[in-house]
Design a protein around this ligand. Structure first.
Ligand code: 5CA
Ligand code: ZN
Length: 409
């Protein structure tokens, strides 16, 4: 599937800092400094209500990771999926009477526009579930052959006991897993499963639902196997970051890891599992099912500068659940104006100090709050000084804000 285009990232001088990132599986901040190529997979949208500010905040967090890696000279291989066939998309299409393919294509197009406007660096490979059906059926065939997958009527399930480390990613206890599995698309009550937590790999054809005729029968892929296979076939085992919002910790990322580890008889699927906190509105998680959504495109159409949206979303720690308010946007607009003025006044010395502060804060598990405070101090000092002849203005402070925070001044 077509990706979007990225704005070039300026190279900045001085000493970059190796990235340290929080990993959900070990509940610790650990170095994420691959030797040459950094490999990242981030779970993409289910395209029926794109792009709300929760989605945007999550993709911005992973965009900062890519910017940190690139700053240290690493090449990055970034893969993202699109869940372009799944229950929630089909339910929405059935509800509104729209064709599900048309709905998905329109929302994907809007998502690409929003990502471009927010200066989110594009994935190298942007891959839909639909275009991956053959890869997925091949993987399910292997899982059936090894006994890790089994039939229940026309459906195929994954046996969690085939992945000896199952549970290591979320570290949740059984009761929590059971609760979240039921809440987030699982079917613990389905009769005939070996374990209530076994997840659907393949959904046999049902009347009125899309299906593919394949070597494992007619039907469509389950959700977790989609991300497992798309990531595995492009990044291999042991890639650097598997990412998404914290609502994907369980069952999605636990099961995607388990499928891949069972398939390859290797551990781990990824060396860091990175999760962004959830954006809420009026005390509730922003979600399609609750209907409390603020869309990037709506704000853009109302004339809001996408850089202000980006800055407002970065003004909070990526791991913290946080509330969206109009006040955040107004604060970001004021801050952006200060930074823009400062970019024309800051001296080379002020810029160098800003660059080293941005690097050390962002390398510390993407501490955007401190990075933004450092840029505020830089702007305050630059804007306070009266410009006198002989003071050098390099413009490198603004370039660093672009390269590391993705904000064009
Ligand atoms: N297609 C699947 C992932 S394979 C999916 O979860 N799609 S989604 O459209 O529901 O969400 C896309 C991404 O945005 C996921 O990483 C999800 O964790 C994240 N996300 C969803 N809602 C929020 C929110 N309110 N705040 C932050 N991130 C969110
Ligand atoms: Zn996913």
């Amino acid at each position: 599937m077509e990706s979007w285009s990225s704005y070039p990232v300026p190279k900045i001088s001085g000493a970059p800092q190796p990235l340290r990132l929080f990993d959900t599986a070990t509940a610790s901040v650990r170095p994420s400094s691959p030797s040459e190529l950094a490999r990242m997979y981030v779970c993409g949208i289910t395209p029926y209500d794109a792009t709300h500010l929760g989605h945007a905040a999550t993709y911005l967090a992973f965009d900062l990771i890519q910017r940190q890696w690139r700053d240290t000279g690493l090449a990055v291989r970034y893969v993202q999926n699109v869940t372009d066939v799944d229950d929630p998309l089909l339910e929405r299409a059935a509800h509104t009477g729209e064709n599900w393919v048309v709905l998905a294509q329109r929302e994907i197009a809007l998502f690409r526009e929003d990502m471009t406007a927010l200066r989110v660096l594009a994935p190298d490979e942007y891959i839909g579930a639909v275009e991956s059906v053959t890869e997925i059926t091949e993987a399910i065939t292997s899982l059936l052959a090894s006994g890790a997958a089994y039939h229940v009527d026309e459906d195929i399930y994954f046996d969690i006991t085939s992945a000896p480390d199952f549970g290591y990613e979320s570290n949740y206890d059984r009761a929590t897993m059971m609760r979240l599995f039921a809440e987030r698309g699982g079917d613990p009550e389905r009769e005939g499963k070996r374990d209530p937590l076994d997840s659907l790999l393949w959904r046999g054809m049902r009347p009125g639902e899309p299906f593919w005729d394949t070597s494992i029968g007619s039907g469509r892929p389950g959700w977790h196997i989609e991300c497992s296979v798309i990531a595995l076939n492009r990044l291999g085992m042991g890639f650097d970051v598997q990412g998404g919002g914290s609502d994907l910790i369980f069952p999605h990322h636990e099961h995607s890891a388990a499928h891949a580890e069972s398939l390859r008889s290797e551990h781990p699927f990824a060396t860091h599992y990175v999760h962004a906190g959830l954006i809420g509105l009026d005390g509730e998680k922003m979600s399609k099912s609750r209907g409390n959504l603020v869309f990037v495109s709506k704000l853009r159409n109302a004339g809001v500068d996408p850089m202000a949206i980006r800055l407002a979303l970065l003004d909070g720690h990526y791991r913290a659940d946080r509330e969206w308010t109009g006040g955040r946007l107004r604060a970001a607009e004021g801050r952006l104006a200060n930074w823009r003025a400062a970019s024309k006044l800051a001296t080379t010395l002020q810029d160098q100090e800003l660059i080293s502060r941005l690097r050390s804060h962002l390398a510390d598990d993407l501490d955007t709050i401190s990075a933004i405070a450092a840029a505020d101090r830089w702007a305050e000092q630059a804007n306070a000084r009266s410009r006198s002849d002989g003071d050098e203005v390099s413009g490198e402070g603004a370039e660093a804000i672009d390269a590391l925070l993705g904000i064009a001044l």
